[in-house]
Design a protein around this ligand. Structure first.
Ligand code: BES
Ligand code: MN
Ligand code: ZN
Length: 478
């Protein structure tokens, strides 16, 4: 989508739809929209309730062909996250209309700082109208020009929204693609092709040399070689901080020998959503250029059953020397993350953040509404929650009580990779914690939020690209 900014008046903008966000009981309309608002209000009962939509034909009274109103709800409850949702809903509606190629959005009456309003509107449009139609032989026409009407210089804010949403939508594309296409080697080649990022890829042999026995075991049943990917973004000037991002990169999770039932396996090409998020964030950083050194780490492999697969009962040795008894080959994500976290800590960052489609239990606990957040450092947790709030993403902190680890005690090794079904998200996080010495660390469990089967806030159903906006905000706010 092409986004431009104009200082023209709404009634003069060449557009198929003039989109006007309005609050309940709003009374300050500009001349061009007042008449149409009164019509929508009296004839269509439109009064600006949250996400309420009314579309009025303009019949050549003004340049735009239609005027669409979208409700922002009550003034007291209003915030930018509500604006993003309303714009997304309206743009989805417009995307379904025929013969619309240009949409103009009226920003002047919004109470927000103009740049923030522009960024949020652009985000709503770009996130809301995402479609993965690469494999459709018949593609639907959608509007491809967005014009923001603002008297301020909001172009930089629009640029930022475009970079951020490109990253969100890149993550969605990567998760939507079939696992036969997005192999560990493919993830590595995408990471390597990022301009402005230094990428090192380690194959099986090198991973063995580094002692990554847990990561290597998970991928040993696949015909695709494991790839350990290390991306580095370094700012031009002196870095304010150094952060490591670790993404779970299981390109397909069949469960391994503890094979999943068919219904649970269906979405498992998306078990690399964390990795996709980290790679996309790295790409965005080359354009946003924050003064922070960021390392992106992905231990990519495929979890498959085969004669050479790792087995329940195997004992693995991770990079930090800890031994793990394999209780269940389907608890593979934490094994790959174990070595990735050790590698990350060796880089001596100020903070490590991992993001992973780790436990079905997280989806049971929080539904598809919020991602799980766990960690060992309050400041990092609070920082991430603030960044999520700003992005309109929901993170909910879950407990790290040591008692949850009881289930992971092993008779023959240091611990097991899984135990009881209860408290599974906390147990998994406590497992990960065994591979962190002292570095502030946080873990985002996105098993529930990376794919949704019905619309949620600004997100249409499907792959969400969750985490991208939160992590970009976190890094850029440091
Ligand atoms: N990738 C799954 C978790 C998952 C479930 C992601 C549903 C997205 C949607 C993970 O590898 C897994 O299989 N976890 C097991 C752990 C169990 C064996 C301890 C689970 O959640 O059942
Ligand atoms: Mn699994
Ligand atoms: Zn998995």
């Amino acid at each position: 989508m092409e986004i431009s900014v104009t200082k023209e008046k709404g009634l003069e903008v060449e557009a198929d739809v003039l989109l006007v966000p309005v609050m309940q009981e709003q009374d300050n309309f500009c001349k061009c929209t007042k008449e149409f608002y009164e019509y929508a209000n009296s004839q269509m009962d439109f009064c600006g309730k949250s996400n309420e939509i009314a579309c009025v034909q303009a019949f050549n009274k003004i340049k735009p062909k239609n005027v669409m109103f979208v409700g922002l709800g009550e003034k007291e409850e209003y915030n930018l996250n509500k604006l993003r949702v309303a714009i997304s809903k309206a743009c989805q509606k417009i995307a379904d209309m025929k013969k619309v190629s240009t949409v103009a959005v009226a920003l002047k009456k919004l109470p927000d700082e103009p740049s923030l309003a522009a960024q949020t509107v652009a985000e709503g449009a770009l996130i809301g109208t995402y479609k993965f139609d690469k494999y459709k032989t018949e593609k639907k026409e959608r509007f491809d020009k967005l014009v923001l009407i603002s008297s301020q210089d909001v172009q930089p804010a629009v640029k930022k929204a475009q970079v951020v949403c490109d990253a969100v939508n890149m993550t969605r594309d990567l998760v939507n693609e079939p696992a036969e296409l997005i192999t560990p080697a493919k993830l590595a080649s995408i990471a390597t092709s990022l301009k402005g990022i230094e990428t090192k890829v380690y194959g099986q042999k090198e991973a063995k040399k580094m002692g990554m026995g847990a990561f290597l075991a998970v991928g040993q049943g696949s015909r695709h070689e494991q790839q350990f990917i290390h991306m580095t973004y370094k700012p031009k000037g002196k870095a304010r901080a150094k952060v490591a991002l670790v993404g779970k990169g299981i390109t397909f999770d069949s469960g391994g020998l503890d094979i999943k039932p068919a219904a649970s396996m269906l979405e498992m090409k998306g078990d690399m959503a964390g990795a996709a998020c980290v790679i996309s964030v790295m790409k965005a950083l080359t354009k946003l250029k924050p003064n922070v050194e960021v390392h992106g780490i992905v231990a990519a492999c495929e979890n498959m059953p085969a004669s050479r697969s790792y087995k329940p009962g195997d004992v693995l040795t991770a990079m930090n020397g800890k031994t793990i008894e394999v209780d269940n080959t389907d608890a593979e994500g934490r094994l790959t993350l174990a070595d990735a976290l050790c590698f990350a800590e060796n880089l001596e960052p100020d903070a490590i953040i991992d993001i992973a489609t780790l436990t079905g239990a997280c989806c049971v606990a929080l539904g598809k509404v919020a991602s799980g957040l766990l960690g060992n450092d309050d400041e990092l947790i609070i920082g991430l929650q603030a960044s999520a709030e700003e992005a309109g993403e929901y993170l909910w902190e879950m407990p790290m009580y040591e008692e949850y680890f009881e289930d992971l005690k092993s008779d023959i090794a240091d611990f097991k990779n899984s135990g009881s079904r209860y408290g599974g998200t906390s147990a998994a996080a406590l497992f990960l914690k065994k591979f962190i010495k002292t570095t502030p660390w946080a873990h985002l469990d996105i098993a529930g939020t990376s794919i949704i089967s019905k619309p949620l806030r600004e997100l249409p159903k499907g792959v969400t690209g969750v985490g991208v906006r939160t992590l970009i905000n976190y890094i850029c706010n440091l």
